[in-house]
Write a protein that binds this ligand. Structure first.
Ligand SMILES: *Cc1c(COP(=O)(O)O)cnc(C)c1O
Length: 229
């Protein structure tokens, strides 16, 4: 894998994108996984169209944003030119933004409470649009962080299905910044496995290779592609 060392791992697109791609390919190889089993979500939050366009031009088609309003302001102009782009909402969702979120996003990674389930179910029904849904697990049980506590995950997933009629495709986690992430990734994978869920949204710029080793199907990489925010 000579390409792996050809570009700096941090810095700016599109060289940075190529470096991230090379690291994903290497992690997949080490994990004996097919490269196609991992989706790279380029997290473009805080970056404007001028920064995003070169990454699109380099071939990237899946992008992540953490705020509905910010995404609404910059993405429609880009997706009208590149209709094959998929947008993922990776940040917290308020019930009163569910309508806009379902209209704009192809995937939502932050389902974590009954009010959100209810609002999403209503919008999915009325818009006849089915974004891929992930339940966020607060693996570190951090009070300031969104997500369902690990001990409540099974019951919450059952209520998503039975009470709200939602199809949940996988789990998402954001490990505590001051802890090694591997145990958090493994816990998320374990909860997913026992609930029959195949998709795992985990791993960011600093730890996506570790996440791939532990089964990540969606890695959310921002600063390693776009530079510092
Ligand atoms: C910003 C963000 C990322 C990307 O973080 P980097 O460290 O810049 O790769 C991933 N996931 C979530 C939920 C984020 O908010």
């Amino acid at each position: 894998m000579t390409e792996a060392n050809a570009a700096p791992v941090t810095g700016h697109s599109p060289n940075a994108l190529a470096a991230v791609e090379a690291e994903i390919a290497r992690a997949c190889k080490d994990a004996r996984r097919d490269r196609a089993s991992v989706t790279l979500i380029a997290v473009s939050k805080t970056f404007d169209a001028d920064a995003i366009t070169p990454v699109i031009a380099a071939g990237q088609r899946v992008f992540g944003e953490n705020r509905v309003q910010e995404a609404k302001g910059k993405w429609p102009a880009l997706t009208s030119v590149y209709p094959d782009i998929a947008l993922h909402l990776i940040g917290p969702l308020q019930s009163n933004k569910a309508k806009e979120a379902v209209a704009l996003f192809d995937a939502i990674h932050s389902v974590d409470r009954p009010s959100i389930c209810q609002a999403l179910a209503k919008e999915i029904e009325s818009q006849k649009k089915h974004p891929q849904l992930f339940v966020q697990i607060n693996t570190g049980e951090e009070p300031q962080k969104a997500g369902v506590a690990p001990g409540e995950a099974d019951a919450f997933l059952a209520s998503c299905r039975d009470t709200y009629g939602l199809t949940i495709s996988g789990l998402m986690c954001i490990p505590p910044v001051d802890e090694p992430p591997a145990a958090h990734f493994a816990l998320t994978a374990k909860i997913a496995a026992r609930n029959g869920l195949t998709n795992l949204s985990m791993g960011m710029s600093a730890d996506f290779a570790t996440a791939i080793m532990l089964g990540a199907t969606h890695v959310r990489v921002g600063s390693a592609i776009f530079g510092h925010r």
